[in-house]
Every structure is written in structure tokens, then in C-alpha cells.
Ligand binder design. Sequence first.
Ligand SMILES: Cc1cc2nc3c(=O)[nH]c(=O)nc-3n(C[C@H](O)[C@H](O)[C@H](O)COP(=O)(O)O)c2cc1C
Length: 192
Amino acid sequence: MSETAFDAAAHAAVARVLRERRTVHDFLPEPVPPELVERALELACWAPNHHRTEPWRFYLLGEQAREAVAVLNAEMVAAKSNERAAEVKLRRWRAMPGWLVLTSARSEDRLREREDYAACCCAAQNFMLALWADGVGTKWTTGGVVRNARFADIVGFDDGAEQVVGLFWYGWPATVTNQMRRPLERFVVHVA
Ligand SMILES: Cc1cc2nc3c(=O)[nH]c(=O)nc-3n(C[C@H](O)[C@H](O)[C@H](O)COP(=O)(O)O)c2cc1C
């Protein structure tokens, strides 16, 4: 069988990961082995990217940065709603077992910046699917904290040179929720 010949088992495995990956909201406390994360990041880098700009940067947050982001987020929640809601969020964020921030290079060239951002979204999906194949769940969030001016300082990137694609939590799923998608016909247009 040539390398490009149809491989039904490989197809089924890929289709299963694509279909069954879910955003995970609740994680078990046990940490994910770093080698699984590293393998997923290496696979993330195989995302398509126009002109091979490799615009992604991955920031793996340690204890200090996680705590600072969780506290910053709680401050924002307190300002917007109330102390009680902030406490609940703080407790919840402190329990997140793995933290990754993905940024995309900014550019003076708007088309390039847009294409680089698109490539980083592909990298994000590669990352999530690779982890899912190992039984590890992820949650991609673009909540307000990632746009707070202090966020870039905590994570350690230059806000003028990189934009946040997302904050990703990862860990062993405690629960996995169901999802639906509308029928494909809704989205497909056959153009003569
Ligand atoms: C750019 C982006 C930002 C997202 N931000 C959030 C978020 O802030 N909070 C959240 O609960 N889910 C967030 N999600 C996850 C979506 O809610 C989730 O993908 C959607 O509900 C479909 O569920 P599934 O991933 O299990 O298929 C985000 C997803 C993307 C692609």
C-alpha cells in the first residue's frame, strides 16, 4: 500500500478525534505529564501557515503566572459584578490544572496579520486534538482578562508585537458534555 493510499483505520481514528473532541469545563486535579503537552505543541506547529511565517508563540504558565492571572480575572469580575462572584471564579480558576497562552505575531501588513492569526487557530486545533487523542481535554477561552493590559505583563509578551489567540486550560476531564451540530446541508452551497 502506498503512503497516500486510503487507510480506513487511520481515517476512522482521525474522524473519531475530530468528532468527539469536546470543550472541557471541569478537570480532575492530577496534572498532565509535560511530555504529552510538548508532543501536542510540536504537532501544533505542523499547522498550515502561509509563507511559513510560524507566527505562534506558546506560553506555558507556572504557578506564579497562573495565580496572577486568576487574581486579575477575579478583580475584573468583582468590578463588573460582585465579590461573591469573584470568589467563585478565583476558586475555579485556581483549580485549573494546566495553563497555556497562545499568541500570534502582529504585523504592519493587515493581510499577513490576518493570515497569521488564521494559522494560529489551526495550531490551536492541532494542539487540542493531539491532547484529546491522549485523553486530555482543553478549554479555549478568550474572556476579558486576555485583553487586560496587565495580562501581557504577567505572561511576559510584548502586546505591540503579539496578539492573544487564547488562553487554554488543559487537564484530565472530570466530565465531558454533549454537543450537537446542525446538518451539513445548512452550510454547503454547490456552485455550478
Ligand atoms: C475563539 C474561541 C473562544 C472561545 N472562548 C470560550 C470562552 O471564553 N468560554 C467558553 O466557555 N468557551 C469558549 N470557547 C469554546 C466554545 O464555547 C466551544 O468550542 C463550543 O461551545 C463548542 O463546543 P465543543 O468545543 O465541545 O465542540 C471558545 C472557542 C473558540 C474557538
